[in-house]
Design a protein around this ligand. Structure first.
Ligand code: DOR
Ligand code: ZN
Ligand code: ZN
Length: 471
């Protein structure tokens, strides 16, 4: 058989089983994995990627980015964001809806899909917002191929209003029946407002106050409500960017009780803690805030024992001016698509997790949770030939001047890394190789979740009141 591309001699990293890594060649035809074999002899004219000595992971997915397109393109746009992601070794991202306009209706969704489809270097999925007043749009959005819905329970950048408890419960019921999952920015607005007021009134400008202004109990109180509503409606929920030990512990217990919850955390919560605020100031301002070393260690434990399912970045760029303001005026958000893979590979080299764990946490798990598996996140034959190829021995130093977003103010500036992405392959095409972007803007495609049949578990779902049944 003739292939379009052969990846030769790499070690395939099984995301599900640490005992099952193999040295094998991958034959790719028409963007799909056509063959895995011990030794594929290239016939004439076939492209060959020499992966000897390198590890081949299923394409790394970042299921939480803010590419700011449309409307906030002075911060980032889909071309710059997806290019930076490709440089960082990613093959797919999922974009959040707090753009301008917000992705809240079918028209917004189509507009963003068109923009991203024209500009993206890598594949992408799209989330839509669920606010108090778009319950009527949810079904249409599901039909368009939305990955899931996003609810901002804590006010954040973009000002998407939190639904009240009633419309939240109604929207959750609806989402469950559509077979989709809801992602939550889980913080409690009242608690945040109360304690932010106290901190601001004190007039101090120590950035470590950020963690007290939006305390761990605020995240946990919000997660607790989400878990209760999930138990009640049976609707799968996902907790974004878990930042606290209290939060991880709640999620772990809920999983033990069979509540359909998944969770993610991000490099900023795994590699930074309160002790870094003095050095980094507002560069590490993010909501929810970065907390103490105890929280950081609890998140690592959560990754180890399955309480936390995945790693995403919450890539949320702002301009230098927006980040350099005073403590309370600076915008919150940390960039991450280009630094996540090297940071996590460094953690693998340090023995904090295995490479298989990483492939699961950053590829197979996001694909599963958002309904894309095995099309994404696996080595299954006939699925998308997406790969992240990494060199575990290559050392580097993160430098803002080397990054490719529109605004580069990473708090990881100066971090020494060991382990580096050498190539990102998307549907059989090498879009990044050895630090050179080879793909083109507009190659990336919208990825829709598989039809929800089989992903809904109606067990435990309690019907919400239906007045029509009482007339
Ligand atoms: O700090 C944050 N920034 N948290 C969010 O939830 C949103 C994000 C952004 O979009 O800038
Ligand atoms: Zn958020
Ligand atoms: Zn976010």
């Amino acid at each position: 058989m003739k292939y379009d591309l052969i990846i030769k001699g790499g070690i395939l990293v099984n995301p599900l089983d640490s005992g099952a890594d193999v040295v094998a060649d991958v034959g790719i035809r028409r963007g799909k994995i056509a063959c895995l074999a011990g030794d594929l002899a290239p016939s004439q004219g076939e492209d060959v990627y020499d992966a000897a000595g390198l590890y081949v992971l299923p394409g790394i997915i970042d299921a939480h980015v803010h590419f700011r397109d449309p409307g906030l393109t002075h911060k980032e746009d889909f071309a710059s964001g997806s290019a930076a992601a490709a440089y960082g070794g990613l093959t797919m991202v999922a974009d959040m809806p707090n753009t301008v306009p917000a992705t809240a209706g079918v028209r917004d969704f189509r507009e963003k899909a068109g923009i991203a489809g024209g500009k993206s270097y890598i594949d992408f999925g799209l989330f839509a917002a669920m606010t108090g007043d778009n319950v009527g749009e949810l079904e249409g959005l599901a039909g368009e191929g939305v990955l899931g819905f996003k609810v901002f329970l804590g006010s954040s950048v973009g000002g998407l209003a939190a639904p009240g408890p009633g419309s939240l419960l109604e929207g959750m019921g609806k989402t469950g029946s559509l077979g989709l999952r809801i992602a939550f920015h889980a913080e409690d607005n009242e608690l945040n407002g109360y304690f932010t007021g106290i901190c601001r009134a004190a007039g101090a400008d120590d950035p470590a106050l950020l963690a007290g202004a939006r305390p761990a109990v605020s995240e946990a109180a919000s997660i607790a409500r989400v878990l209760l509503f999930s138990e009640y409606t049976g609707t799968p929920v996902h907790i974004c960017h878990v930042s606290s030990k209290l939060g991880v512990d709640l999620i772990r217990r809920a999983k033990g009780r069979g509540i359909p919850v998944s969770a993610e955390t991000c490099p900023q919560y795994l590699f930074l803690d309160e002790g870094d605020y003095r050095r980094l100031g507002t560069r590490m301002k993010v909501y929810p805030p970065i907390r103490g070393a105890e929280d950081r260690e609890a998140l690592w434990r959560g990754l180890g024992d399955g309480a936390i399912d995945m790693i995403a970045t919450d890539h949320a760029p702002h301009t230098a001016e927006e980040k350099d303001r005073s403590l309370w005026e600076a915008l919150s958000g940390i960039m991450g698509v280009e630094t996540s893979v090297p940071l996590l590979l460094t953690a693998v080299n340090q023995g904090r997790l295995s490479l298989n764990d990483y492939a699961r946490l950053a590829s197979a798990a996001p694909a599963r949770i958002w309904g894309l598996y095995p099309q994404k996140g696996s080595f299954a034959l006939n699925t998308d030939a997406d790969f992240t190829i990494v060199d575990m021995n290559r050392a580097g130093v993160i430098r803002n001047g080397d990054l490719h977003s529109k605004n580069n103010s990473s708090p990881f500036e100066g971090f020494r890394t060991l382990g580096s992405p050498r190539a990102a392959i998307v549907r059989g095409r090498i879009v990044m190789k050895d630090g050179v972007l080879l793909g083109n803007a507009g190659y990336g495609r919208l990825v829709r979740p598989a039809p929800p049949a089989g992903r809904v578990d109606p067990a435990g779902r309690r019907p919400l009141v239906d007045p029509a049944a009482h007339t």
